[in-house]
Structures are given as C-alpha cells and as structure tokens.
Write a protein that binds this ligand. Structure first.
Ligand code: COA
Length: 167
C-alpha cells in the first residue's frame, strides 16, 4: 500500500434516517459558529438543538453527507433544494481539511443535474470564513437581500449576501 492509499478518504453519500442525529449535532454547533452576533436575536432564540434535530430528520431526503477520518463518522453535510445550496456545514474538527470543498462540488453537481444553469446560496455578512470559502470556490457575491428564514409557520427576514455560481 502506498502512503497515499493509507490516508483515510472523504466519501460522499445520500443521507439516511440513521444520519439525522449526527447531522443535527454538526448543524446546531456550526450554525452558532457562523451566525451568533450576525442574525436577529429572535432567530437565535428559536434555533435550539431540538429544532435542528427536527429539521435534520425532516430534511434527510435533501441531504448528502461526507464521511471522513479513521472512524468514518459523518464529518459534514450539504442540503440542496432546486437551484439553492441551502446548507453547507462541516464539523469543527474537519474544517480546513477538504471536506467542505468536496461537499460544495457535490452540491453544484446536484443543482446542475436538476437542469439548472446557476446555483445560489445565502450567507450572513458577518460569516467571513464561509464567505472566503465560497469566494475561493468560484462563487460570486451578488449583493444583499433579505433571506426569509423559516420559523414555525412563518419567516424572519435575515439580511444576507446572495452568492451565485454559473454551472
Ligand atoms: C463554512 C465552512 C463549511 C467552510 O469550510 P472550511 O473547511 O472551514 O473551509 P476552509 O478552511 O477550507 O476555508 C475557509 C477560508 O476562511 C479562512 N478562515 C479560516 N478561519 C477563519 C476565520 N476565523 N475568519 C475568517 N476566515 C477564516 C481560511 O483561511 C479560508 O480562506 P482562504 O482560502 O482564503 O485561506 C465551515 O467553516 C463551516 O461549517 N462553518 C460553520 C457553518 C457555516 O457557517 N456554514 C455556512 C453557512 S452559509
């Protein structure tokens, strides 16, 4: 076996119901990393760990997970709906490792496979790590707009940058 073969790989696969708990854990922690101090307090108040558990279970069908590391645990996930790359989350211990790039490339592939020629996503202005990552991945800042964050039966407007990528 060469040295390269012994490096644990990053594998992508559609999520199953059994992944929902791991997805919720990464989502809840990553959401706080990217959003605290950058979104309305009313949104922070309702984005509880339980809310992420419920949404992760509901959204299994839209989710692709990455497994990585020697223990082959879920290291991150993306959710794609139509043209929108809705969620891109990597566990803190796997950031800067290439997992995020693999996930975003897969999300772009899924948007293109759905017949769309342009993908978009929303990111809060203060999430500079995510914004640098999207910029390095060839996404273009298309300006500010109010993203309607879903809360129960309603929405809360959250100022966000729309990033787009022609496919
Ligand atoms: C956004 C995310 C998926 C990016 O994955 P990642 O593995 O962290 O990405 P990388 O480390 O490859 O790239 C991040 C970029 O930010 C830079 N960076 C690292 N730490 C940073 C920090 N604290 N502040 C600003 N930039 C930072 C990196 O140097 C890199 O930029 P460069 O390519 O110009 O050097 C990941 O950080 C994450 O899951 N964050 C929390 C959840 C989130 O905010 N998701 C996006 C919601 S829109």
């Amino acid at each position: 076996m060469s040295e390269i073969d012994s490096i644990p790989e990053i594998d992508l696969r559609p999520a199953t119901a059994a992944d929902a708990e791991a997805v919720a854990t990464i989502w809840a922690a990553g959401w706080r990393d990217g959003h605290l101090g950058h979104v309305p307090e009313a949104l922070v108040a309702v984005r509880t760990p339980e809310s992420f558990r419920a949404r992760a279970a509901q959204r299994v069908g839209d989710t692709v997970v990455a497994v990585a590391g020697p223990d082959r645990q879920v290291a991150g996930f993306v959710m794609v709906v139509g043209e929108e790359v809705e969620q891109v989350y990597v566990a803190a211990s796997h950031r800067g490792s290439g997992v995020a790039g693999r996930l975003l490339a897969e999300a772009e592939r899924l948007v293109a496979a759905g017949g769309h020629r342009r993908a978009w996503l929303a990111v809060v202005p203060g999430n500079s790590r995510a914004r640098r990552f999207y910029q390095r991945s060839g996404w273009i800042d298309d300006g500010l707009f109010d993203y309607p964050a879903v809360v129960g039966d309603g929405t809360i407007p959250v100022p966000c940058h729309r990033y787009v990528k022609p496919l």
